[in-house]
Design a protein around this ligand. Structure first.
Ligand code: BGC
Length: 350
């Protein structure tokens, strides 16, 4: 009887398999759910695992920079908020050190890089390195030339058009009652406290701030130009020295950034001068400290260098690159606009 049942079962199975055509379906295992028609669903063993976190390496030229501190904090927050695994490293203003950090990130196999080069002149080497490794890369804050970037289509620069920030500084002076000529001698006498002169932002701000005055028909005289390397203490020392040397002749203090302007302000006040009355002072960045001074009337104005906007755009561009988007020569610089900040609109930025 048992034998007969086994045989009958076998016959049923053969018939059932035949009825299914070539499909090796398993009617003998009716508990298995039928695969939906035309479905390419993976077998249970291939079920998708939780997606792995993508990793991003961020190289900052140096942590001890007021503007880049706001910028890197924003970057980290945005990236982590989007679920990336983020490592941010300090280049200590040393290009050799940063090159090593980039190589380490490459060896670790990061999915993308965001790099604030220490030196503009190192951009070509950095681009070669990330290109060889095939890593999508966003350069920030120090703009390479279009030709340098063109060699790697999976790379963009996110920053701001530095010439505009210089022009806006000049316009802030032109918007004052005396257009910068406080003593009425027909000449705007100024000192220029420059950032790191190797940095394109420093070069263009220095040039375009004065150009705006000249283009508006003002005569200008540069009493001194000194590099302050973006640094508050250097700004203070330089301004103190210039005030000691040129005294009341100085009508305008142009600073390539706010941190140096805050330093300069300390020396201006120590010398008994009053901003917007007997001297003008402008910076760039719209650091919180500068916004407070603009509001209080201790700085003539500043220019918003939008750290959060640039960090946001850097992440958007990084995701474009990760998605396989490529960029042609001439389309690799993405700018976030600068904005003039005066006592009239300062509240919008605070
Ligand atoms: C900022 C400076 C900063 C520099 C660093 C400039 O765009 O205005 O404050 O020190 O970038 O490279």
């Amino acid at each position: 009887m048992k034998k007969f049942l086994a045989l009958a079962l076998a016959v049923v199975m053969v018939l059932a398999i035949a009825a299914c055509g070539s499909k090796p379906a398993a009617p003998a295992a009716p508990a298995a759910p039928a695969a939906p028609a035309a479905s390419a669903a993976p077998a249970a063993s291939e079920a998708p695992a939780a997606p792995e976190k993508k990793s991003v390496g961020v190289c900052i030229y140096k942590f001890d920079d007021a503007f880049m501190t706001t910028y890197r904090n924003a970057l980290q927050e945005i990236l982590e908020g989007k679920g990336y695994e983020v490592t941010v490293v300090d280049g200590n203003n040393d290009q050799a050190k940063q090159n090593e950090q980039i190589n380490t990130f490459i060896t670790q196999g990061v999915d993308a890089l965001i790099i604030n080069p220490v030196m503009t002149s190192a951009a070509a080497t950095i681009i070669d390195t990330v290109k060889s490794a095939g890593i999508p890369t966003v350069l920030i804050n120090r703009e390479p030339t279009a030709e340098e970037m063109a060699v790697y289509e999976n790379l963009v620069y996110v920053g701001a058009n530095a010439a505009d920030s210089g022009t806006y500084q000049g316009e802030l002076i032109l918007d004052t009652e005396t257009k910068g000529d406080i003593n009425g001698d027909g000449v705007v006498s100024y000192i220029m406290i420059q950032g790191d002169p190797e940095n394109i932002d420093a070069q263009l701000r220095t040039e375009y701030s004065v150009k705006a005055l000249v283009d508006a028909g003002m005569k200008v005289e540069q009493l001194n130009l000194t590099r302050g390397d973006w640094d508050r203490e250097k700004g203070q020392t330089i301004c103190a020295n210039d005030l000691a040397q040129f005294g009341d002749k100085i009508e305008v203090v142009f600073c390539n950034n706010d941190d140096m302007a805050i330093g300069a302000l300390q020396s201006i006040q120590a010398a008994g001068r009053t901003v917007n009355k007997d001297i003008y002072l402008v910076g760039v960045d719209a650091l919180d400290a500068a916004l407070n001074e603009v509001k209080a009337g201790n700085m003539t104005g500043t220019v918003l260098n939008d750290a959060v906007g640039q960090a946001t755009q850097a992440v958007v561009s990084m995701e474009d690159l990760l998605g396989g988007k490529t960029f042609a020569e001439g389309e690799q610089s993405i700018y976030v606009p600068y904005v003039k900040v005066t006592p009239e609109n300062v509240d919008e930025f605070m």
